[in-house]
Design a protein around this ligand. Structure first.
Ligand code: GLC
Ligand code: MG
Length: 249
């Protein structure tokens, strides 16, 4: 068996179906010991909310933890985020100006303080308003010379991030750092903030069976043999995808 790199979102992807999570944990635990397989979590949660989840659920310790939608990368045993990655994100990024622009949009409700991070500003935005608000916000931000991206997930969360910072680019950075080829790398997700791990990426992808419409719609319009849409939900879908790609013994 070849080692592989499993990079997975947490909420409603790895976590959500406890019995399947136990089974997947056991498999990854053994594969790591025998073949040096690597495990990375990539979540929208801040470090604070990640720790909460890790206490509630039985999660393996990841080799690398990517939090706050690709904006912070923590290698195992390090308390500080990777400085090489952070150094790439600061250009054309000005928190105060972004917040000032966003404050003119009454539909944007700031998320809790724990979710506001150095390179991530987050709001709640209800789905009915999003269609109209997102394009206007994009124009307003770019008129101020800000090169940012808007990521809308689950019909409720809006993240404003530096252009370069998303889960897909963070995955590419770590994968190259660990010197793992794309064909041995499998990314798993369920919602809008996972899209960047699948769009024009060389790695393989698993979309779990319970994925949100925002991800499914794109998947159906852009079929690829490098990407597997599982029938099973959450960790059961990941196991199914690993089988499909030949990584399940
Ligand atoms: C997580 C984060 C939140 C973010 C959402 C979508 O729920 O806590 O801040 O908006 O993921 O990326
Ligand atoms: Mg998710």
């Amino acid at each position: 068996m070849q080692p592989f790199l499993l990079i997975t979102d947490l909420d409603n992807t790895l976590v959500g179906l406890d019995s399947a999570l136990e089974e997947l944990n056991q498999y990854i635990h053994d594969h790591r010991q025998q073949y040096g397989t690597r495990l990375i979590y990539s979540t929208g949660r801040s470090p604070t909310l990640y720790r909460q989840l890790a206490e509630e659920k039985n999660l393996l310790e990841p080799d690398v933890l990517i939090v706050s939608v690709g904006t912070e990368i923590y290698y195992q045993g390090k308390a500080e985020p990777d400085a090489r990655w952070a150094a790439q994100l600061g250009e054309h990024w000005d928190r105060e100006v972004i917040r000032a622009v966003a404050s003119h949009f009454a539909d944007l409700v700031p998320q809790p303080e724990s979710e506001q991070r150095p390179y991530k500003i987050s709001y709640f935005l209800a789905a009915p308003a999003a269609k109209e608000v997102l394009p206007r916000l994009e124009v307003a931000l770019s008129n101020r010379g800000l090169d940012v991206q808007l990521i809308y997930s689950g019909g409720k969360d809006l993240d404003i991030l530096p252009r370069l910072a998303n889960k897909g680019n963070a995955m590419g950075f770590v994968r190259q750092d660990l010197e793992i080829p794309p064909e041995h790398t499998i990314a798993c997700g369920d919602s809008g903030n996972d899209l960047s791990m699948f769009v024009e990426r060389p790695e393989r992808g698993i979309i779990v069976g319970n994925a949100m419409p925002e991800l499914l719609e794109w998947h159906y319009l852009n079929p690829s043999s490098n990407r597997y849409l599982a029938k099973g939900h959450c960790a059961a879908g990941i196991l199914e995808g690993l089988q499909y790609f030949g990584f399940l013994a």
